[in-house]
Design a protein around this ligand. Structure first.
Ligand code: PLP
Length: 412
């Protein structure tokens, strides 16, 4: 980071200007000049319809509009309203019954859940661990709290999830620190669209169960995209596996309503622990509530009331699920279209299963992204490739993009 002014930078690398902000500004300008149909703005991390309009579930919208003033005006309890907590557990687990002890604390967005997990299960100076293809904000959330950041290679040369490097990095960090916050963003990972298979999950659990008993691991599963990853039951198959973890490895689910209920701006989420004792679950609620109280205090009440209302009304819940499924199928079709065309033109993409994004690995992501702008294609350069948001472009554009990207790559 550059020296800025009076602010204490505290080791954080704060860019002068946000790169993505610049790209999306140019995308908007291009749309204005050339028309929406002639531009692909694949920078946006929200689900848009084919015309570029934000998709909002109408059943959810109706529930929002039925709120009584006191339901949104009043403070919510720090850990969340009882109705929301019950609903969020159901929503996250998808009806799966766990024998574990559940602790839950509401947060303003999945972002808040990650903040809370890092604040309470790592120490200043510790490094958190995640896969090298990841949401860049993980590093910033860690840095904000004086935590370092380390990644393992997400894929090996054969494009398989890299369990060897995963194990190596877990053990390496636990030789130098007593605790490890480990974040796995699956299913429908941002930025790759990868989802861990059940077999890979089993191996991950085995590896974590070999961690020495005197070390503590918080395994944060960031399930922000779970409801757009495929069949509701299938995408939650990993949850029972978490019950096999030893006592010193605590599974945490970072559940967010941002995508699931098209609530991005409402800031409504929860961090859920599946502890193997009541004491650990109680401790989780206490420490996370304390952190909440001293950072954002309570979370917005309005969206919690809405989620509770949806889960207390079977008919309404069915309507919401049905409506979401339609949009999920639309998104899955976009993903398949992109994959198919990529195969046809021999464009290499990072292993993709489902979700909002597809990534293209390349040597110089900034150069590729700049080159693509010349063809009115706007996407986000990451460390090891460019991220294309299929959530924000039509299936027709998903079909066109691979050939354009292949050409751009070859012309670099
Ligand atoms: N995790 C991942 C991987 C994300 O991409 C996002 C949002 O883009 C979040 C978590 C958090 O979202 P929110 O704070 O809006 O719930």
């Amino acid at each position: 980071g550059e020296k800025m002014g009076l602010a204490a930078l505290n080791g954080r690398e704060i860019p002068k200007q946000d790169k993505v902000f610049g790209i999306s500004g140019r995308a908007k300008a291009a749309i204005k000049e050339k028309g929406h149909e002639n531009v692909a703005n694949a920078t946006i991390g929200a689900l848009l319809d084919d015309d570029g309009g934000l998709i909002v579930l109408s059943s959810v919208d109706e529930a929002v509009k039925s709120l009584e003033p006191s339901q949104y005006a009043e403070y919510a309890p720090i850990a969340g309203t009882p109705g929301f907590k019950a609903a969020a557990i159901q929503a996250a687990l998808g009806g799966y019954e766990t024998s574990r002890h559940i602790g839950i604390v509401s947060t303003p967005g999945g972002t808040g859940s990650l903040t809370n997990a890092i604040a309470n299960y790592s120490c200043p100076g510790d490094k958190i661990l995640t896969h090298n293809w990841c949401w860049p904000n993980y590093k910033n959330i860690a840095a904000e709290q004086g935590r370092g950041f380390e990644t393992f290679e997400m894929f090996d040369e054969d494009g398989k999830f890299n369990l060897a490097d995963f194990e190596y990095k877990v053990n390496k960090l636990l030789r130098i620190q007593d605790r490890l916050v480990l974040i796995l963003n699956t299913p429908a990972n941002n930025p790759t669209g990868y989802s861990l298979s059940l077999e890979e999950w089993k191996s991950i659990i085995e590896i974590l169960n070999r961690v020495p008993d005197d070390k503590v691991v918080a395994l944060v599963v960031d399930i922000a995209y779970i409801d757009f990853a495929g069949d509701e039951k299938k995408v939650r198959e990993f949850i029972p596996e978490l019950e096999k973890l030893k006592s010193n490895v605590l599974p945490l689910l970072a559940y967010s309503t941002s995508k699931t209920f098209t609530f991005y701006g409402f800031r409504c989420a929860a961090l859920i622990c599946l502890a193997d004792s009541e004491e650990i679950a109680d401790e989780f609620v206490k420490v996370c509530s304390y952190s909440s109280r001293s950072t954002w205090s309570n979370s917005p009440r309005g969206p919690q009331e809405v989620v509770a209302k949806i889960y207390s009304d079977k008919e309404l819940l069915a309507k919401v699920d049905e409506e979401r499924k339609e949009f999920r199928d639309m998104l899955l079709a976009r993903g398949r279209a992109f994959e198919e065309e990529a195969k046809k033109v021999n464009l290499k993409i990072v292993p993709f299963r489902a979700g909002f994004f597809v990534s293209i690995p390349c040597e110089n992501p900034d150069a590729l992204s700049a080159k693509l702008e010349e063809s009115d294609v706007y996407c986000v350069p990451m460390d090891k490739g460019v991220r294309v948001s299929i959530a924000s472009i039509s299936e027709a554009k998903c079909r066109k993009l691979p050939a354009i990207i292949k050409d751009a790559l070859q012309s670099l």
